[in-house]
Design a protein around this ligand. Structure first.
Ligand code: SF4
Length: 315
């Protein structure tokens, strides 16, 4: 069950720094609103592991295969199985806001007098200096484009900084979680992540994610946490600082079973692609961002038949 509350997007960076004082209250309320049980613990987790193992074994893939299922893999596989293993990655404003905003928050924690705009500008300058894919992407933007990225990262960090009790996030904010599967099956790593574990002990955790992830992505994080820790979180609260929204996802057995099935589908699709086996293809607008599009006749045919248009003009 998803519930969403949204505060209006602020028009300017200065307004964002003034901050909506209710955003933190909304996060707290969303955490409190998640029912406290019954938690899925211990033996209750065993059927999930079993379903994952059996699903992978039924696929008949080599047990030496190493497959990583992350949010993007899951979403790509749902759109087109043949695209599951696509390694294409491109920075977009929404991803850059999160990465740069996170760096800005870390700088603000180190220097509490630092403002969000200054911290975001510093984060962009550091990324440009370091190079790497984000630095290259930023370097390719116009001055106005970089200004827009800084403004978005300022809004992100300002809202995240005031909406979340960062000092209480503990030792593992912004770190990933992963769970490999034992030998004898294709080696699937579920690559999830969470920003904080809130709650009151084993079986009573609520995960906090900061960013604008979709329900499928949040459920992957919940499954990764469950298999890794041996108990399921009661729910996931997602704070999207860019939109100023707070969304909550209740985690129950049905959600976890459905996510296991999605992980199996994505794993088998990735494995078949890696093994160059025949695959089902479902072309669509997602072909535009698929790494396989140049060598994919159905994808090319779809793209040729549906040239991209802006205001009716092909671009
Ligand atoms: S180009 Fe389109 S149809 Fe082909 S693999 Fe990619 S997403 Fe699937």
């Amino acid at each position: 069950m998803m519930t969403t509350t949204t505060v209006p997007t602020m028009a300017t960076t200065m307004a964002a720094e003034a901050e909506d004082p209710t955003l933190a209250a909304r996060v707290s309320a969303a955490v409190r609103a998640i029912p406290a049980g019954p938690p899925l613990i211990g033996a209750g987790i065993a059927p999930l592991r079993q379903a994952l193992a059996e699903g992978l074994r039924a696929g008949g893939l080599p047990t030496t295969l190493q497959i990583r299922v992350d949010r993007e893999t899951l979403e790509r596989a749902e759109r087109c199985p043949a695209a599951a293993a696509s390694a294409r990655f491109a920075w977009r404003a929404v991803l850059a806001s999160r990465r740069l905003g996170t760096s800005a928050v870390e700088a603000m924690l180190d220097r509490p007098t630092l403002g969000a705009a200054e911290a975001a500008t510093q984060a962009v300058e550091e990324a440009l200096t370091e190079g790497g894919r984000l630095g290259l992407w930023l370097a390719g933007l116009s001055a106005a484009g970089r200004g827009a990225v800084i403004a978005a990262a300022t809004t992100w960090s300002s809202r995240a900084f005031t909406a979340v009790p960062w000092v209480d996030l503990g030792a593992q904010p912004l770190h990933g979680i992963a769970n490999g599967y034992p030998p004898g099956y294709p080696q699937v790593t579920i690559a999830g992540r969470y920003d904080a574990e809130l709650g009151r002990g084993r079986g009573l955790a609520v995960l906090l994610l900061i960013g604008g992830m979709r329900p499928a992505a949040a459920s992957l994080d919940a499954l990764g946490f469950t298999l890794h820790r041996g108990f399921a979180p009661l729910g996931v609260v997602v704070l999207d600082p860019s939109r100023g929204s707070v969304t909550s996802l209740l985690v129950d057995e049905a959600l976890l079973v459905a996510t296991v099935q999605a992980v199996v589908r994505a794993s088998l699709a990735s494995g078949r692609r890696l093994e160059a086996l025949p695959m089902e293809m479902t072309p669509g607008s997602h072909c535009r961002w698929c790494a396989w599009r140049d060598g994919c006749p159905p994808g090319r045919a779809w793209l040729d038949a549906a040239p991209r248009r802006v205001n009716g003009i092909p671009v």
